[in-house]
Design a protein around this ligand. Structure first.
Ligand code: NDP
Length: 286
């Protein structure tokens, strides 16, 4: 069984970006990410800190906006508008979730698609859907990198049966579109799917993105399948775990991602990659 090491692969991606960023700097281009955090949610504070740390490691400039929990939607939209107009800002990231007085959709729609490094804007989602260039949601983009870099070099996604469990806008749906782009045959399962075990057992590549610990057992997995666990949950002892029962599924899978250390670190690496792409796009003529 091959343990797909997301920590290692994300480090490789960050190191590649670090090298490319140094070359951009020689041309006078500085990649800049603006990070906005509203309120003091501890998990969000950790995510934001990790994103800023990754920027520092690679050599990006990060601008930090920490706004009070009672910030109004109007105030936040005004800041986004200002950042949209700034030539020295390549990417804008608003950490979700937002306090309840702010409509997340209005915020996502307000970010200029060319600075939407999270890949959530409808223009970028639409571009992915019709196979045009645009920013791709970071977690599913990270899964593709895990498959391409974490499996034997001769492993070909093309023609494989892929089952994705979960159909959210940020993981399941873009994941399905990306796997289609890789020429897999894609099935998307969700809470109304009948006979989930049977559906999952068809998969050569099974991607679990539900958010329920212990959801995917050995009864859902075909012998030799590749299993990617996107879920981030806490078990009864408060320990981080995925959606997949790792101990039993790892006995029959040909390759599997652990939690933590699988998909998680890839999300930030792909965010950093999107920032780099944004800077290239904004400096086409340099
Ligand atoms: P959502 O809650 O938005 O979506 C969950 C999906 O799972 C829904 O489509 C839902 O179906 C489906 N589902 C729920 N129960 C079942 C069931 N019993 N059988 C089959 N499908 C079911 O979650 P997200 O997509 O945002 O996140 C999924 C997981 O991935 C979470 O654990 C999250 O923490 C993690 N995550 C990890 C990231 C990382 O960096 N590693 C980044 C983002 C998310 P329906 O649509 O019918 O309700």
């Amino acid at each position: 069984m091959n343990l797909i090491d997301g920590k290692l692969i994300s480090q490789q991606i960050k190191d590649e970006l670090k090298e490319k960023t140094a070359l951009l700097k020689e041309k006078g281009i500085e990649v800049t990410l603006a990070v906005i955090l509203v309120g003091e949610d501890p998990a969000s504070q950790v995510y934001v800190r990790n994103k800023k740390k990754a920027c520092e490691y690679i050599g990006y400039r990060s601008l930090s906006y920490e706004l009070p929990a009672e910030t109004t939607q109007e105030e936040l939209l005004k800041l986004i508008d200002e950042l949209n107009g700034r030539k020295d800002v390549d990417g804008i990231l608003v950490q979700m979730p937002l306090p309840k007085q702010i409509d997340e959709k209005a915020v996502i729609d307000a970010i200029s698609p060319s600075k939407d490094v999270d890949g959530f804007h409808p223009m970028n989602v639409g571009a992915l859907c019709i196979g045009e260039e645009g920013f791709v949601s970071c977690t599913p983009a990270g899964v593709i990198q895990l498959l391409k870099r974490g499996l034997p070099a001769d492993y070909d996604i093309s023609g494989k049966e892929c089952v994705i469990v979960g159909r959210s806008n940020i993981v399941g749906k873009p994941m399905a579109l990306l796997m289609l782009r890789e020429n897999a045959t894609v099935t998307v399962a969700h809470s109304r799917t009948k006979n989930l075990e049977e559906v999952c057992k068809k998969a050569d590549i099974l991607i679990a993105a539900v958010g329920k610990a212990g959801m995917i057992t050995k009864d859902h997995v075909k012998e030799g399948a590749v299993v990617i666990d996107v879920g981030i949950n806490r078990n009864e002892e408060g320990k981080l775990c995925g959606d997949v029962v790792f101990d039993e599924v790892s006995q029959i899978a040909s390759a599997i991602t652990p939690v933590p250390g699988g998909v998680g670190p890839m999300t930030i690496a792909m965010l950093m990659n999107n920032c780099y792409e944004a800077a290239l796009m904004h400096n086409k003529n340099v």
